[in-house]
Ligand binder design. Structure first.
Ligand SMILES: [Zn+2]
Length: 578
């Protein structure tokens, strides 16, 4: 049946239209064997490519190979974030143009990273080449694991590489969610993680391939007898991976293949997109019963073939060096930026560990780096501290980073993966709150409040933050309010966000609200994006996007309060299409 679906995809039916009806959205623009590039919805795409690899493996249909190879190269050379995330673009939840890999606005659905693991693992099975496992590992340890918190009960659908603690990027929330209306991502994680033990060893008649590294025991049925393998390691926080090998037959002859990851060489992940600033490879070693063996990798694996005896020990030593990564210059979002990795892990800076805003730091590549263990729920995780300065706070001289997969476990903080290399870029990365608004008018403002407060409060602690000024309509309980924002110039609007004030008594989040925009001097109904809602969530920004391109001279909020309360706003944000 899989073969049938692959044979008719893009042949018997081609949708006509744009967006979700575009021929490329579900990869129906061409017969699959004629496809050369990764396009359209990223989850649909990776499932299709995984299915093509399965059909190739099961039927030997080599006519699928050129398309698979070309699509794989297109992904790793032009369309993959360093976290292994795919589908950078919102709206179609899919692949954007080549090299368009935004950080703050990255979509990178958790399911697409799961699909990246599934596609690459199948490519490995068809080719016995470790570079596919290397891509799967980076996607698994970074984007997939970031999709779930350390407690295992809150999820990211969307996985940006930068967050400012304001933008509600995760389907209306600025942090993780226990569930989603479309709950594909939590269930996809629940499916993939238990499958990983089954992917750790692959075998043919007399060859065993060791792919992912983790503490585990297994029995591999080779044609000459079973082989019991016990793997002991704390990878990737441990530089040593130990294998104890017990063949069923004495002096059983077979080959063991151990993966030497791409990250232990000159770059973090296969493909042309990313390279280490200092490309000196790590000095990895392979020891057999305590003695170093001279081996050279072939297709990413080193091989020990011999008559094995029970209790033979193989140890892999993989130095976990802290590396500075650069993207190729075609990736505009990463120009003059570096990303820190260690082993297979991408690191990020989160505001909870640092005095200044993460985006305000400028790193100074140096050897003066320290590794420390975290605390509490993060106690098994290695943190990195390195020299850096902040353009926001001149007294700061070091920056603390943690693995990307572990961010947003201590509150919904600001976070950044690609750090600035110069002061001007760091300055430009700090949000300017009142960049667009020249004046604000409200139908009523309480005597002790300030309507302009909503321009200067970038980061309220919560909706009942009384340490900062606010606007409220107190004491006009139950009376509709209009708040009008006059813009400095007409802008192409990307989004509008409002952070409600709520003291739980006289001033509360409203019953409802809506937006209007001004065009050619006329107020019009805001064409709210189909999946957006006018939300009344506390303790965060409530963001709406226009469903079509609009240029506006002003914005007007119509707020309907609860009957027994007035309404209040701590902050608003406006973003322009960039
Ligand atoms: Zn999903």
């Amino acid at each position: 049946m899989a073969q049938k679906f692959i044979d008719i995809r893009g042949v018997t039916y081609q949708p006509e239209g744009e967006g979700v009806m575009a021929p490329s959205y579900a990869q129906q623009h061409l017969p699959v064997r004629e496809q050369t590039k990764a396009v359209g919805h990223a989850v649909r795409a990776t499932y299709l490519y995984a299915g093509m690899a399965d059909v190739l493996a099961q039927t030997g249909d080599k006519s699928l190979q050129p398309a698979l190879d070309s699509i794989w190269n297109n992904i790793v050379d032009t369309r993959m974030h360093i976290t292994g995330g795919l589908g950078a673009i919102h709206g179609i939840e899919g692949f954007g143009p080549e090299y368009v890999l935004p950080n703050k606005d990255a979509y990178n659905e958790t399911c697409a990273a799961v699909g990246n693991v599934m596609f690459n693992y199948r490519m490995f099975l068809t080719k016995k080449d470790a570079r596919y496992v290397d891509v799967a590992e980076v996607a698994l340890y970074n984007n997939v694991l970031a999709g779930v918190n350390l407690d295992g009960n809150k999820f990211f659908y969307v996985n940006p590489l930068e967050a400012d603690a304001r933008n509600a990027f995760n389907q209306g929330l600025k942090g993780r969610s226990p569930w989603f209306g479309t709950a594909c991502c939590p269930s996809n994680i629940a499916r993939l993680i238990p499958q990983i033990p089954g992917m750790m060893y692959a075998h043919t008649d007399n060859d065993i391939y060791c792919t992912f590294y983790a503490g585990t025991s297994t029995v591999v049925p080779l044609s000459d007898g079973k082989v019991t393998i016990k793997q002991t390691t704390n990878y990737p926080f441990d530089e040593s991976v130990r294998f104890e090998i017990k063949p069923e037959q004495s002096k059983q002859k077979f080959a063991m293949h151990f993966r030497i990851p791409t990250w232990a060489g000159k770059q973090f992940v296969p493909g042309k997109l990313y390279h280490y600033l200092n490309d000196k490879p790590a000095e990895w070693k392979v020891l057999l019963n305590g003695k170093e063996v001279s081996v050279k990798p072939h297709k990413g694996f080193v091989t020990i073939e011999r008559a094995w005896k029970s209790g033979d020990l193989v140890e892999l030593q993989l130095p976990m060096l802290v590396r500075y990564n650069k993207a190729i210059s075609q990736v505009e979002a990463d120009i003059d930026r570096v990303c820190i990795t260690r082993g297979p892990l991408v690191y990020c800076a989160e505001s909870v560990d640092n005095v200044a805003m993460p985006a305000s730091y400028v790193v100074n590549p140096s050897e003066d780096i320290s590794i420390t263990k975290g605390a509490g729920a993060l106690k098994y995780i290695d943190f990195i501290t390195m020299p850096a300065h902040s353009v926001q706070d001149k007294d700061v001289h070091s920056l603390t980073l943690l693995p990307y997969y572990a961010w947003d476990n201590r509150g919904d903080d600001a976070m950044i993966v690609w750090l600035s290399e110069n002061d001007s870029l760091a300055n430009a990365s700090i949000p300017k709150i009142s960049e667009y608004i020249s004046d604000i008018k409200a139908t009523h403002t309480f005597d002790r409040d300030d309507v302009y407060a909503m321009l200067t409060n970038g980061y309220p602690a919560n909706s009942f933050d009384t340490s900062i000024p606010r606007w409220t309509s107190w004491p006009q309980k139950g009376e509709e309010q209009i708040v009008e924002f006059i813009l400095k110039r007409p802008i192409a609007l990307q989004s509008f966000s409002v952070y409600w004030y709520d003291d739980g008594g006289g001033v509360q989040v409203p019953k409802s609200w809506s937006l209007e925009y001004k065009q050619n001097g006329e107020w019009k109904t805001f064409p709210i994006y189909v999946t957006d809602e006018y939300r009344m969530l506390k303790d965060q920004y409530n963001m709406v996007h226009p469903g079509k391109d609009i240029t506006t001279e002003g914005l007007r909020l119509r707020i309907v309060p609860l009957p027994h309360a007035a309404v209040g706003i701590l902050s608003v944000q406006i973003e322009e299409v960039k």
